[in-house]
Unconditional design. Structure first.
Length: 188
């Protein structure tokens, strides 16, 4: 009888939580998280995912909503989510560990791309260099994304803006902007 009870309990514990499925799902896709409020953040994230699925199909970009900025910070810190769409003010708050994020401390953020003001695409500083490069490339590729702020289409402009908001540019994105600059100079 005890074996049956313990076996049943083990089955419920193992079979109950879809957490492992969520881990496998996330590992297979580029998850972009956005705060539920304001709704514009989610719309931008959804547009980004659609654009990235067209330009980089292997990324299998998907969007997730977060109820709070604190939850976004926790997901980025623990690397459960790779990139997030936040406002520049929220990025500053996360990077400094202030306000609602204070109990988590500073989040090691990097900028991948500047989106339509006031939004920015951020990631953990350990986000894969090649992925950050491909994302920046994918956002600029062809007609580009309607969510991208093209006024930061050079390394110097992107670095200047990253300095203004005090969140560094990711090294992979920086490499893309450098190549973009070099291509522009060669075209002249």
């Amino acid at each position: 009888m005890r074996l049956l009870v313990f076996g049943g309990a083990a089955f419920l514990v193992e079979g109950h939580a879809p957490y492992r499925q969520w881990i496998a799902y996330r590992a297979d896709r580029l998850m972009i998280v956005a705060n539920r409020r304001p709704p514009e953040a989610f719309r931008i994230a959804r547009t980004l995912a659609t654009h990235l699925r067209r330009t980089i199909p292997d990324a299998r970009a998907e969007v997730a909503r977060s109820p709070t900025l604190l939850r976004i910070a926790q997901l980025v810190i623990t690397k459960q989510i790779e990139v997030a769409v936040v406002t520049t003010a929220e990025a500053q708050q996360m990077a400094r560990g202030e306000g609602a994020i204070a109990r988590e401390g500073p989040v090691p953020l990097r900028v991948v791309a500047f989106l339509r003001a006031p939004y920015v695409l951020v990631c953990h500083r350990e986000f894969d260099r090649a992925k950050a490069y491909l994302m920046a490339f994918g956002l600029f590729d062809g007609e580009g994304s309607s969510t991208l702020d093209r006024s930061y289409g050079s390394l110097s402009a992107a670095m200047r803006r990253a300095g203004e908001i005090r969140v560094p540019l990711h090294v992979g994105a920086r490499e893309f902007y450098l190549e973009l600059d070099q291509g522009t100079k060669e075209d002249s």
